[in-house]
Design a protein around this ligand. Structure first.
Ligand code: SF4
Length: 237
């Protein structure tokens, strides 16, 4: 594989993970920066202080992937928000050329980038966050979001036929039960194949006041999963 370089910032790497791509042993690359400020974000340093974290030299990643080729199943690209990295396409093409399938995590606000990656067959699986019902996006993202971009991404992913997972972190005060059911109905109308609810963890969050919020009891999430299953297959993670 040719040397990786330029336009993207790998800030962290989990060499082997069994948790980030179901059924696969994956290497996870964390890219710096994000265009949103979700108060419950679990990678605040990648969002707020990405410039202070030294980049991992791409050559080191390249070397590792080459050495472990026989037993790693794929690469997960996460962040931060990977699609704001200008060199993302280059990074993915290098990883693809070395024979690894790629899963991309995204907040879905950059549909044009997603479209290009799909058209160029640079991704195999996309996990997209739907943060809350569209009326409440500002609260849940700490940002002004044009939800038309999120809609465009969701429709694109479903229509593209690429393996897709939509997911929501369920945070008291930010994502209520009614928001989750709204999302499930919305995804079902799109013909999305599945939906995942993620339990909120109050440790290491972007807004320190959110660190004092008590997560919903598991029983509440399970009852939401049951209700969402009336609309589309839903699970909890
Ligand atoms: S949780 Fe929000 S702020 Fe954090 S990386 Fe994802 S989109 Fe960005």
């Amino acid at each position: 594989m040719a040397s990786l370089n330029g336009g993207f910032h790998i800030k962290d790497m989990t060499p082997i993970s069994m948790l980030d791509w179901e059924g696969k042993l994956a290497t996870v690359l964390f890219l710096g920066g994000c265009n949103l400020r979700c108060p419950f974000c679990q990678n605040p340093e990648l969002v707020l202080q990405a410039g202070d974290i030294p980049d991992i030299p791409p050559e080191d990643v390249e070397k590792y992937l080459k050495e472990k080729h026989s037993w790693i199943d794929g690469c997960v690209i996460t962040g931060g928000e990977p699609t704001i990295n200008h060199g993302l396409e280059f990074l993915l093409s290098r990883i693809k050329n070395s024979g690894y399938p790629i899963k991309l995590d995204t907040n879905g606000t950059r549909p044009r980038v997603l479209r290009q990656l799909i058209e160029k067959e640079l991704v195999d699986y996309i996990a997209m966050d739907v943060k809350t019902s569209f009326d409440n996006y500002k609260l849940a993202t700490g940002s002004r979001v044009n939800t038309e971009t999120v809609k465009e991404s969701a429709e694109l992913l479903v229509k593209s036929g690429i393996e897709t997972e939509f997911r929501t972190t369920v945070v008291p005060g930010y994502t209520k039960g009614e928001d989750i059911l709204w999302i499930a109905r919305y995804l079902a109308r799109l013909n999305a194949s599945r939906y995942t609810l993620q339990q909120f963890r109050p440790d290491r969050v972007l807004d320190p006041t959110v660190g004092r919020i008590k997560p919903y009891p598991r029983g509440f999430l399970l009852s939401l999963v049951e209700e969402c299953n009336d609309f589309l297959p839903t699970k909890i993670r």
